[in-house]
Design a binder for this molecule. Structure first.
Ligand code: PSU
Ligand code: MN
Length: 312
């Protein structure tokens, strides 16, 4: 009954509906990164390129947003353009979904919001840029992304380039440990740090191979251990930012954020935009490169989960 009620809020694009009917592997994509994480027109262009990467590797991309009182699973070019260009989309996390759907507004889903929608749509793999996490100064501000709590409860694998260095990555990993969320890494032992490859913190398990990642994830869910899995993969070496530069820019952006009294859901978009400006646009190129690389890793995982292991 509950599932039927939820299904009435979902609307699938024709390509995603076809992939579902044929039980082909699917990969969910978020829309906050489009509406709030990158400037126009790079945001829309990147969204389409990321979808193409996933298709090329044999999975169907499903970009998710709230449009016209429906959770849209799979977006047309016009809908991507609307999200990326209008500047009017709300940033939609768990608490915001009822508001945007009941009012018929335009909503870009965060990692947390997209995980919920992907799970409702039966999509097991979700590709993003970087996870939200525990913000620096969280012991005072209480600013901990709802992404982490969603990972604790919703059974979707989230492929990311680690968490942004604007966060306290050590505390982010502690929080995930407390909530029993496994953190996998591929291509290196350590958890990634978004603009840079190495956070300095080890991931729980290194699994380079998609089949091994799929076996781990399927085993967790077969055991009834609900909740997400994080799969971290580093930004390709050629696109990584120098660590000293990103650290200095991050410190400056954080100071400006505090001085301007910016709080709540506005913090992350502000920091991303300031770091982009302070690096003369280079952080945006890094951001785009890492999302595309995540898409490759996510597509391979979706194929592995959909293949040998069999969808449950
Ligand atoms: N990673 C990016 N760009 C983004 C985000 C993550 O590369 O824009 C977004 C995601 O949607 C994530 C959100 O869920 O930032 C976290 O926001 P907050 O810190 O307010 O929870
Ligand atoms: Mn926050």
């Amino acid at each position: 009954m509950a599932a039927e009620l939820a299904a009435a809020w979902l609307a699938f694009s024709a390509p995603v509906a076809a992939a579902r009917a044929a039980r082909r592997p699917m990969v969910a994509l978020e829309s906050t990164i489009i509406a709030h994480g990158m400037p126009y027109p790079e945001n829309v262009r990147t969204a389409r390129e990321v979808e193409a990467v996933i298709r090329e590797l044999g999975a169907e991309p499903a970009t998710i947003a709230a449009i016209g009182s429906r959770i849209r699973i799979g977006l047309s070019d016009d809908e991507l353009e609307l999200l990326g260009r209008s500047g009017k989309a709300a940033k939609v996390s768990r608490r915001d979904l009822p508001a945007v759907l009941s009012s018929g507004g335009l909503g870009a889903t965060t990692v947390a919001g997209t995980m919920i929608c992907a799970a409702l749509a039966g999509i097991e793999v979700f590709v993003t840029g970087g996870l939200g996490g525990v913000h620096r100064g969280a012991p005072e501000s209480f600013d901990i992304s709802a992404d982490l709590q969603e990972l604790a409860r919703t059974s979707v694998a989230v492929v990311c380039a680690g968490a942004k260095s604007i966060l306290d990555i050590g505390l982010t990993l502690e929080y995930l440990e407390t909530h029993g969320v496994p953190v996998l890494s591929c291509e290196q032992d350590n958890f990634a740090a978004f603009y840079t490859r190495d956070s300095g913190f080890r991931a729980d398990y290194r699994l380079d191979d998609a089949a091994a990642q799929a076996r781990f994830i399927r085993t967790k869910w077969d055991l009834g251990l609900a909740g997400g899995v994080v799969l971290s993969t580093p930004v390709p070496e050629v696109a990584a930012m120098p660590r000293e530069e990103i650290d200095a820019m991050t410190a400056q952006a954080l100071a400006e954020c505090q001085a301007q009294g910016i709080t709540g859901k506005a913090v992350t978009p502000f920091l991303l935009a300031r770091i982009k400006a302070l690096t003369g646009g280079r952080s945006l190129a890094t951001n785009i490169a890492l999302v595309k690389h995540n898409a490759e890793v996510g597509a391979r995982l979706a194929v592995a989960l959909g293949g040998d292991c069999g969808a449950s």
